[in-house]
Design a protein around this ligand. Sequence first.
Ligand code: ZN
Length: 100
Amino acid sequence: MKRYNERFDAYYDSTTKEWLESKCDDEDCDYCPNRPDTPPSFEKGDRVLVLPNNMEATVINQRICYDGSETFWGNVEVKYDDDVTGVSNSWQLKMIKENE
Ligand SMILES: [Zn+2]
């Protein structure tokens, strides 16, 4: 499915997990130089099941992490249905429904 990531202003395919747009050559670009090689696993508004507590929640944001020159997608901020917010490892979340 074609999805849009606001942080890097680019489209990707969530099935193949590939960006659909190549990076530009502008070193001062706000987006491309820090864009991870793979697109995010979750977007704002996605409905997920938080496996450790077996509760459904809505994704607020998937954090970007930096390790030296490497950029990657890290933990996910979620909001439970009772308005409590939390942070989960991305591999502990199961997608229920993508936000369209
Ligand atoms: Zn760019």
